[in-house]
Design a protein around this ligand. Sequence first.
Ligand code: PMP
Length: 410
Amino acid sequence: MNIPQDTILKIREKFPILNRKVFNRKLVYLDNAATSQTPRQVVEAIDNMYFHTKANVHRGVHTLSQEATDMQEQTRRHIKDYINAESIEEIVFTRGTTEAINLVTSSFGEAFLHDGDEIILTVMEHHANIVPWQLLQKKINIKINVVPINSRGELDLDVYRSLFNSHTRLVSFTHVSNVLGTINPAKEIIKIAHEHGVKAMVDGAQGAPHLKVDVRELDADFYVFSSHKMYGPTGVGVLYGKRDLLEQMPPYQGGGEMIAHVSFEGTTFADLPFKFEAGTPDFVDIAAFNSALDFIEDTGMDIIAGQEHILLEHTTERLVNEIPGIRIFGTAPNKSGVISFLLENAHHYDTGMLLDKLGIAVRTGHHCAQPLMTALGIEGTVRASFAVYNTLDEADAFVDALKRVNQILS
Ligand code: PMP
């Protein structure tokens, strides 16, 4: 795909933060897998709501409350269309991917899991898709099976197939690895689960920002993601769940909004999706998430994914050719714009710190994926991750800076 640089420069203009300096150098922001930057239109939507329309949602007959409710519910409709869900009842707002997964572990766990049951995770999961299951293990004696990876960082589907037995109840896996960049064959993984009568949850934290997601095409039972990685505000996440499943699941938290009627003798719960939305939601940020989805759609997922792919290929080629001894973790052919690496003779922290001094923002450490680090036999990596507003010049600035850092540290 050929994307004119002018197109990307126009997109960049929407992100004022990209003009700032760090250590008196032009910022090159390559930590997009942790959180992406936010375009002006999203910040203006937040401003606009605080200045004109702030009122609690679903509670009032007055104009502001109704307007605020409409704005929140418009985002829900937008998300439904964005991921091609069947109905808005299937779209539950949470604080993020992490809370959405905790909701499923807790509520699906209560409804469907019993002592002796088994679930399947993968070795490349983020801690957000590991630890909640371990917390559940303290209440229910479930077994966690783990799908390994091959040397390119792809899931071993033969082992995956072999992990099913009559006790298996759920498969939960990441759409895209936040460390390796591997794009997992989600449709196939889900199909295999369904052939065994097993439900499947997709951690879409790194999927929804970079791929066209169609939950019906995937046939996912649950799909979860965070706004802040999708050019949107912090504090907002989404749980998509198939309606019949959500209907069978008990509430996750109790409070306002999620009830039909309360008395001290007993309480009945609200219909979907409100059954899972106790308390005042982050309605300002939810409303503003709508503008982030507008940004993604106006830009076009083909341009977003296309530019990220161009950056990935260009940068990887230069790193491999120009930095002797560099180790890149994750070399799957089907890969998203994430490059995790280690310089031959340097600790990842030192590499990251020196890059920062040169204006390059990358992430270092275990990336909340310690089991994956253990499987790779390392403690951490340096990770550069791209978004649509990154340019080839920035990719070059990163590689040039890394060459300098490599000389200093070796
Ligand atoms: N899963 C993956 C694959 C992620 O990359 C992240 C964020 N790093 C999460 C889950 C957690 O997302 P959040 O912190 O927005 O809840």
